[in-house]
Design a protein around this ligand. Sequence first.
Ligand SMILES: *Cc1c(COP(=O)(O)O)cnc(C)c1O
Length: 225
Amino acid sequence: MLNKQKAIQNLDEIIKKVEFARLQVSQHKIVQIVGVSKYNTSDDVANVYKAGQRAFGENKVQELKQKQEELDEYPIAWHFIGTLQKNKINNLIDLNPILMHSLDSLELAEELDKKLKIKNKTMNCLLQINSAFEDTKSGVDPKDAVEIYKIIQEKYTNINLKGVMSIGTHSDNKEDIIESFRLTKKIFDQCAGAEICSMGMSGDFELAILNGSNMIRIGSGLFKI
Ligand SMILES: *Cc1c(COP(=O)(O)O)cnc(C)c1O
């Protein structure tokens, strides 16, 4: 179990690295940290919360629901970052995530919008882009991303598109990782009104920030014991 002292130390370490990276880009650059709690218990999340972290993300609807219930006493901003199955859409809507990072196809957008309209609700979402060109990763093809972004904005009016998300190339080659981040940033810059560029995880968040990320998703680095 992650104790409070270690949680403070982990968060401190991440913040220092984020500061160092963001100041290389600009003094005015703001980077938001989302703690990814998918491999951890609610007690661990509570300790990271007490260390000062306020935003957390889960990649499974059921897990998000359980953590929300168990951590009900804390004003946590909950993000959803995982692949959303069509049969879980209504459940996710009911959980009111502050941001859904993983809108990964037009079909999902259509289905989500339909169900949002029935419930008379809206959801903040990011378009997930497969900038790593990996079959194992979800997301729209980079060459179609700007077009799809526009279609969702115009057609699916109960979805509030806030920007883009991608998972960096899984590689030991720094250049490959940088290339995937740059591609996502380029698409981000072409999407009208996009504010959030969610990229970077424990292993690559500094590279992500240096290449345009303004929201990072940190799991193992924040919860290590
Ligand atoms: C698990 C996960 C993360 C966090 O990964 P770490 O390497 O543990 O920081 C970030 N984003 C997504 C989409 C994830 O599934």
